[in-house]
Write a protein of this length. Structure first.
Length: 221
């Protein structure tokens, strides 16, 4: 058993204090950042706040910036030294917990219009890419990699466009997804096919591009 170092960005909303705090944690060779955070909370500091649920890549709640990149804590192996911060571009509620509201309210709106516009027996169109889009676990890590997303609600970003496309490509969808996508700034994506998804979903090819094409916006990529 080795000892690893975790340098964690803390934020305490009551006092407004933001600072770095270091912890030393015993760790075996295959242990993850999430297991170290759980150790800290159980044995060293019960005030450290972070989100998790499934403990293995499904819930998408443990997204955070680890050693400079957005990753899932439950899938990231510990190094000898680890620098951990909340996901960038989103408001911080406390420590490693970010406010997901800006994205969840957009997703709620999309789901509501799906329920209103559901048309069984409507258009017949379900390319294989739709199944790949369904693998999104809404971890929000893609927002960190998207150069266009800066935290504003006027631009959807990769996750929201992937969800819009997922509905758009459903045979029974009755909503006007291309119009919704334009309202959320998808035209800004036409020069940037650079979406990055931790689950390997080809967001631009299977999500953004069909919406751009349906909206009559060309893309050379
Ligand atoms: S704890 Fe669920 S994805 Fe990491």
């Amino acid at each position: 058993m080795n000892t690893v170092k975790l340098r964690i960005r803390r934020y305490l909303p009551d006092s407004g204090q933001a600072y770095w705090q270091e912890y030393q944690v015993p760790a075996g060779p295959d242990e993850t950042v999430l297991s170290a955070l759980l150790y800290i909370r159980e044995h060293l500091d019960s005030t450290l706040a972070f989100r998790f649920s499934c403990r293995y890549k499904h819930c998408g709640l443990c997204g955070m910036e680890i050693n400079g990149r957005a990753r899932l804590a439950c899938l990231t192996r510990l190094k000898a030294e680890n620098t951990i911060q909340p996901l960038p571009k989103l408001p911080v509620i406390r420590d490693l917990v970010v406010d997901r509201q800006v994205i969840t309210s957009l997703l709620d709106g999309i789901r509501a219009s799906w329920q209103e516009g559901f048309q069984p027996g409507g258009k017949v169109l379900e390319p294989p890419g739709r199944r790949r889009l369904a693998a999104c676990n809404e971890c929000l890590c893609c927002l960190s990699y998207c150069p266009g997303y800066q935290g504003e609600s006027s631009f959807g970003g990769p996750l929201v466009f992937a969800r819009l496309a997922w509905y758009f490509l459903h045979p029974a969808d009755g909503g006007d997804r291309p119009l919704e996508a334009i309202g959320l700034g998808i035209h800004r994506c036409q020069d940037c096919p650079g979406c990055r998804c931790l689950r390997g979903i080809p967001v631009f090819r299977e999500g953004v591009r069909p919406l751009l094409a349906a909206a009559g916006i060309g893309h050379a990529g």
